[in-house]
Design a protein around this ligand. Structure first.
Ligand SMILES: *Cc1c(COP(=O)(O)O)cnc(C)c1O
Length: 314
């Protein structure tokens, strides 16, 4: 297990043409199983759960969630029982992600969409707490204040690896961007590439996770023009372009998060968004386990991507 993730040059023709130095921070290499940013986000959550000797760690996610996958493994390693409350039907229990989660002894509870919408509702959460005494509930995506503290460490590491002007990350539930904002201490320009449509919601989510000082900083922008139609949506052409980049660089990307960020960075470079001569860092947030579910649903073909290991038979 690495404690620091490596920084690598990421040289693609559009970047060279725009006069940029581009690096990629390989948080996907932090751990062979827990995808990069989920490891950062869970680190202090798991530490605290251990210290408090909780009976169970509970969280929420979709049926293919990177967070659920990472949480199941992290709890397994820490010897903590875990419960995943999953949006959708029981039948999902055999999909790629949830087979792994069950392999690591996560208990699963399936709820319909209406119930799942209550995941931040105080009364609903209280009921879950009452049902599972002395447990801890981590929000969807793992995004809470402890997650922010974990992600902030990315910036400390980066500062020892290079000087840079821009830092890019995909944005799903906002915890990662909030962590980068706190870590950056109002330096650099941080660009969050929204991978889903609800811009106002995301802006508020990020803002709500920041401490008082950080909530006044304006060195970050949420870019909303690269989600390609919404969460998990991507066109054939974009998947093919991403496939080429994967072949060319040997770096595993997936089309839901990191792929959208890479394509966004190329587009921004072409548009002249970055000042010539500047240094841009892309944060590789991991997430390749998601490819297993995309392949199962025939949303991708295996030869375009670097596939994760097959799910265990249960
Ligand atoms: C969850 C996830 C993100 C988004 O992180 P948030 O903190 O939810 O914004 C980005 N990339 C990958 C690979 C993820 O799994």
């Amino acid at each position: 297990m690495l404690t620091h993730s490596p920084l690598q040059p990421f040289t693609l023709e559009p970047f060279q043409r725009a006069g940029l130095r581009v690096f990629i921070k390989r948080d996907d290499l932090l751990h062979p199983i827990i995808s990069g940013n989920k490891w950062r986000k869970l680190k202090y959550n798991i530490e605290q759960a251990k210290q408090r000797d909780v009976s169970k760690v509970i969280s929420f996610g979709g049926a293919y969630s990177n967070h659920i996958h990472a949480l199941a493994y992290a709890c397994h390693l820490a010897n903590l029982p875990s419960l995943g409350i999953i949006r959708g039907e029981q039948a999902y229990r055999d999909n790629y992600t949830l087979r792994w989660a069950r392999h690591w002894q996560m208990q699963l509870q399936f709820v319909d969409r209406q119930t799942y919408r209550l995941r931040e509702d105080g009364q609903f959460l209280k009921r879950i707490s009452d049902q599972h005494p002395h447990s801890v509930i981590i929000p969807e995506g793992g995004s809470n204040k402890l997650a922010v503290a974990g992600v902030a460490e990315v910036v400390d590491e980066l500062e020892q690896q290079c000087e840079f002007d821009y830092l890019l990350s995909p944005v799903g539930s906002g915890g990662t961007l909030a962590g980068l904002i706190e870590g950056a201490q109002n330096r650099y320009t941080l660009l969050g590439i929204a991978v889903l449509k609800q811009q106002d919601y995301l802006q508020q989510q990020v803002q709500s996770l920041l401490n008082d000082r950080a909530s006044k900083w304006r060195n970050w922008h949420l870019l909303n023009q690269f989600h390609q139609g919404g969460y998990g949506k991507f066109g054939k052409q974009d998947a093919a372009r991403l496939g080429q980049i994967i072949k060319q660089t040997g770096i595993p990307f997936e089309p839901v998060y990191t792929g959208k960020m890479v394509l966004a960075a190329i587009e921004l470079a072409k548009q002249g968004y970055f000042a010539k001569g500047s240094t841009v860092v892309l944060l590789h947030t991991g997430g390749t386990q998601g490819l297993g579910g995309l392949l199962e649903r025939q949303r991708i073909t295996a030869d375009d991507f670097i596939m994760p290991p097959p799910a265990p038979r249960l």
